[in-house]
Design a protein around this ligand. Structure first.
Ligand SMILES: [Zn+2]
Length: 126
């Protein structure tokens, strides 16, 4: 799987950030729900079940952009430390995560990727 998972995750985060920006996430105001209505900052839509309206408002583009940036910081911490293959360092015979020392890809990266498991490009373990 090596870096394939990181490439996959960066592509998903790029897509989410691009979509959030296209929803004017950098300045349209906060999305809020009021009963059956979602206020998108530049207009309102009604007819939602109140729980669905809350769920839609939760995907406020500015919040999505903050979440994407937080996930990018996690990705930046959990980088591959490739096996050196040095026989003098028997503990260094496997690829691992530079941040936590777990076998690559570490559980944090797998957790970041898990929401996209149904994506056609999701990297499958060999
Ligand atoms: Zn890690």
């Amino acid at each position: 799987m090596s870096q394939e998972l990181v490439t996959f995750l960066n592509a998903r985060l790029d897509e989410e950030a691009d979509l959030a920006r296209r929803c004017d996430g950098d300045g349209c105001g906060e999305w809020t729900a009021h009963g059956h209505t979602v206020d998108f900052g530049q207009g309102e839509l009604s007819g939602f079940h109140p729980t669905i309206a809350l769920h839609v408002a939760l995907h406020d583009p500015a919040r999505v952009l903050r979440e994407v940036e937080a996930k990018r910081r996690v990705l930046a911490r959990h980088v591959l430390s490739p096996a050196a293959g040095d026989p003098e360092l028997p503990w260094d015979n496997r690829d691992d995560c530079q941040f936590d020392g777990e076998t690559w890809p570490c559980d944090d990266l797998l957790d970041l990727a898990s929401p996209y498991a149904d994506h056609p490009d999701y990297p499958r373990r060999a």
